[in-house]
Structures are given as structure tokens and as C-alpha cells.
Design a binder for this molecule. Structure first.
Ligand SMILES: Nc1ncnc2c1ncn2[C@@H]1O[C@H](COP(=O)(O)OP(=O)(O)OP(=O)(O)O)[C@@H](O)[C@H]1O
Length: 234
């Protein structure tokens, strides 16, 4: 489980989170929702340890985030990248193998069992020899997910993961996310704009507004409170 205790974060003078406290329960799917610019991506970066709170504490299984070595942390928490220039020259299988880095002291060229399994699970086996630069946006998204899964994390963080995907892949992607959650008990936390999808997919919703993070359900009342608009049919 991840727990945030009075987490405060600002970019220079721009406050984003102000003493926000919340929990991300183990083995559940948590959706982060909120208006544009409310701080959802910032929150996800804090959870991924890419940013550090100015005050307050983030805990993973009761242990302060800062107490984990980078390698230990990467074995527990993985963030699915949105885009990475670094991978342009790599093939799909090399990019996925990079997700295994937390398990080796030096880069290991040998593809291990986990890489094979992940390529298979995400339907990437036929694309394995392709350079990353020769993939479509949706195919790249699948490789970023594969990289994160190759880390064999307990917690998977996703920032608007289906941005570049067509409707069919969106549907397949979310079916896969649900399956990973149910079969592997993977804790999943994702930023998502589609409130109907969030409601369908998530066990818990975190509503980000005005520097605070509220745990709630997506009801017409909470949506009106957070977004200031009515969603009568949700
Ligand atoms: N690197 C940065 N430096 C300064 N300000 C930033 C930086 N990144 C984000 N911000 C600001 O912090 C606030 C929160 O941004 P963030 O990207 O977390 O919001 P968001 O809820 O994910 O937005 P969106 O829904 O539009 O993706 C915004 O006001 C944004 O302009």
C-alpha cells in the first residue's frame, strides 16, 4: 500500500499540492481524476519518485520512499513512460529488456524469461525485431507498458495511457489492465480523463482539486464539486 501523509509540492512558486493525504490500497485500481492543470501528472510523478515532496511523506508498505535504493524502488514501482527519445534506435525486444535493468548490475544482453513472457502477453512477439522508431503511436504505448511490466513491479503507474490508441486498442488495453490487476494482484494507479471509463475500471477514485486529494466515488455530486459541471448520466 502507498500512503501519502500531508504531502506538499510546488514548482518554484506555483503550489500544486498542499498537505495532501490519501492512500492507494494494495491490489486495487485507483483512478486519479481532476481538471486540466489540477496536478494529476505531478501527483503521479511524486508517486513514481521522479519528484520529491517539499514536505510530508510518501510511504510504500510503511517505509519512507526515500529509504529505498533506486534499484529496490524500481523493482516495486513502475511508471509507464509516455514517450522516450532514448529508445529510438532500440528494437522492441531491446526496449522491453531495458525494463529488466533493476535486476542486473550491468546491462544484460541476454533476454530473460520475463521479457519473453511480457512480449507474448502484450502481443508484441511479431514486432520484436522492429526498431522503436518504426512503430505507430499505439504500438509504442504497448511497448512502454511492456517495459514497465518487465520491471515486475507491485505498483504500476499510468499517465493517460491510451492517448494514442484507437478505440479497439483502448478497449483491449483496459481489459488487459483489469486482467493484470485481477490475476497478478497488481496495484494500478492511473490518470484518466474519461470519467465513465474511470468509473467502470477503478475500485477507488482520487479527486485532485485546489491542492487537495480527496478519496471518493464518481457520483454526479462529486463530479459537480470537482469539475463544476453536471454529469447526470454517469
Ligand atoms: N515542470 C513544471 N514547471 C512549472 N510548472 C509546472 C511544471 N509541470 C506542471 N506545472 C504546472 O503545475 C500545475 C499542475 O500540472 P499537472 O501537469 O500536474 O496537471 P494535470 O492535472 O496533469 O493537467 P492535465 O490534465 O492538463 O494533463 C499546472 O499549473 C502546470 O502548469
Amino acid at each position: 500500500m502507498i500512503a501519502a501523509d500531508k504531502v506538499t509540492f510546488s514548482y518554484k512558486k506555483r503550489p500544486v499540492l498542499n498537505e495532501a493525504s490519501f492512500e492507494i490500497p494494495e491490489g486495487q485500481i485507483t483512478a486519479i481524476v481532476g481538471e486540466n492543470g489540477s496536478g494529476k501528472s505531478t501527483l503521479l510523478k511524486l508517486l513514481a519518485r521522479q519528484l520529491k515532496p517539499q514536505s510530508g511523506q510518501l510511504l510504500l508498505d510503511g517505509k519512507d520512499y526515500q529509504a529505498f535504493s533506486p534499484k529496490d524502488f524500481a523493482q516495486k514501482v513502475a511508471l509507464m513512460e509516455q514517450e522516450s527519445q532514448l529508445y529510438g534506435d532500440l528494437t522492441v525486444e531491446e526496449a522491453v529488456a531495458a525494463g529488466r535493468l533493476p535486476y542486473y548490475s550491468i546491462f544484460n544482453n541476454q533476454l530473460d524469461q520475463t521479457v519473453e513472457q511480457v512480449l507474448d502477453k502484450l502481443g508484441l512477439t511479431d514486432l520484436r525485431e522492429r526498431p522503436m522508431s518504426a512503430l505507430s503511436g499505439g504500438q509504442k504505448q504497448r511497448v512502454w507498458l511492456a517495459c514497465a511490466l518487465a520491471q515486475e513491479p507491485q505498483v504500476l503507474l499510468l499517465d493517460e495511457p491510451t492517448n494514442n490508441m484507437d478505440l479497439r486498442f483502448q478497449e483491449e488495453f483496459f481489459t488487459l489492465v483489469k486482467k493484470l490487476n485481477q490475476e497478478q494482484c497488481l496495484t494500478i494507479c492511473l490518470v484518466i480523463h474519461d470519467l465513465r471509463l474511470a468509473q467502470r475500471l477503478a475500485d477507488q477514485v482520487l479527486l485532485v482539486r485546489g491542492g487537495q486529494v480527496r478519496t471518493g466515488e464518481l457520483t454526479p455530486e462529486t463530479i459537480e464539486a470537482v469539475f463544476g459541471v453536471r454529469f447526470p448520466r454517469i
